[in-house]
Design a protein around this ligand. Structure first.
Ligand code: AMP
Length: 303
């Protein structure tokens, strides 16, 4: 199955304790599409400005991302800048410029309307719903968001969440959305807002999935060199949804497997700035890391 995604395509400026990158390729839609493209076909809905260079379009085309839903509008491309301290788990946003996204009214290409797997990557929740409403019969709808929208467009976000099956956000965002400090209580509250599954991304501490059946916990792949965590969440979501769409299964067991693929894709992405690690990554490296990942949590039961 292919995946339809709406999200940002951006220029990012990022500073971490290990280096700096100015106006490099970024955006939630970009990271998600690139990661999911290792698993299945991806149809991207987004907008860029006239300043967006052909080389970035070429990169997405090389990854086989369908760009019929990518519009070029008069004006400037979305820009985000952020920095990280030694604790690379949370980005501090320095600046967000919506630019062409401020007035974007997407009309989905005919070929996208019967999408079964839909990912609403981090972008204005009104825009997420606008895209979702055009899809005829989605089978699995997953969604991401961030503090910028939880604070700035809370009501619209709560409305979008009513139509979402799986929400993937980080731990601080869960607490903020639920207005609750305890993670288990906060997760339970979020599960009353629409999504039946909540995947909490916890950076270097892994990911936790909450469903009506219980809790599943996965570690993050331990890495010696992390250069830039930007896009880790979107890359995680790309691996997660990419796997689900490939096996066309959203059972609890498939979602557990998908979390491992998400963690693996994110672990590669943080090894370099922007999407640079994705440029050289091969699927056999993904499979090799999957096997190593399995050994991380293998232990004997008790009689
Ligand atoms: P992540 O590190 O996975 O949470 O996502 C980082 C990406 O999200 C960056 O490439 C940014 O361009 C993009 N981003 C940051 N803020 C926003 C926002 N308010 N709306 C949409 N995308 C954003």
């Amino acid at each position: 199955m292919s995946i339809l995604v709406v999200g940002s395509v951006a220029f990012d400026s990022v500073e971490t304790p290990f280096g700096k990158a100015e106006e490099v390729l970024g955006g939630s839609g970009t990271y998600f599409s690139t990661s999911a493209s290792f698993f299945t076909d991806v149809n991207l809905v987004a907008v860029v400005g006239e300043d967006f260079p052909q080389k970035h379009i070429d990169f997405l085309c090389e990854r086989n991302v369908d760009l019929r839903g990518l519009t070029t509008a008069p004006g400037k491309t979305f820009r985000w800048s952020g920095e990280y301290g030694y604790d690379l788990n949370e980005a501090k946003t320095l600046d967000t410029q919506l630019n062409v996204f401020a007035d974007f009214c997407p009309e989905l290409p005919e070929a996208y309307l019967d999408a079964e797997y839909v990912f609403l990557a981090n972008i204005d929740p009104e825009l997420q719903l606008e895209v979702l409403k055009q899809v005829v019969r989605p089978k699995v709808v997953a969604c991401d968001t961030m503090n910028f929208w939880i604070e700035g467009k809370r009501d619209a976000l709560i409305n979008t969440l009513k139509y979402v099956d799986i929400l993937l956000i980080n731990d601080a965002e869960v607490r903020q959305l639920a207005n609750e400090a305890n993670m288990v209580k906060a997760a339970r509250k979020v599960l009353t807002m629409g999504p039946k599954t909540l995947v909490v991304k916890r950076g270097e501490y892994g990911a936790t999935m909450f469903t009506e059946h219980g809790i599943f916990v996965a570690p993050a792949y331990p890495l010696e060199s992390i250069y830039d965590p930007t896009g880790a969440g979107d890359t995680f979501a790309g691996g997660f949804m990419g796997y689900l769409a490939t096996v066309d299964d959203n059972s609890e067991a498939a979602m557990r497997q998908a979390i491992i693929f998400g963690s693996i894709m994110a672990s590669f992405n943080v090894e370099a700035f922007s999407l640079d690690r994705m440029r050289t990554l091969s699927f056999s490296e993904v499979q090799e890391r999957f096997r190593k990942f399995q050994l991380l949590t293998e232990f004997n039961g008790i009689d």
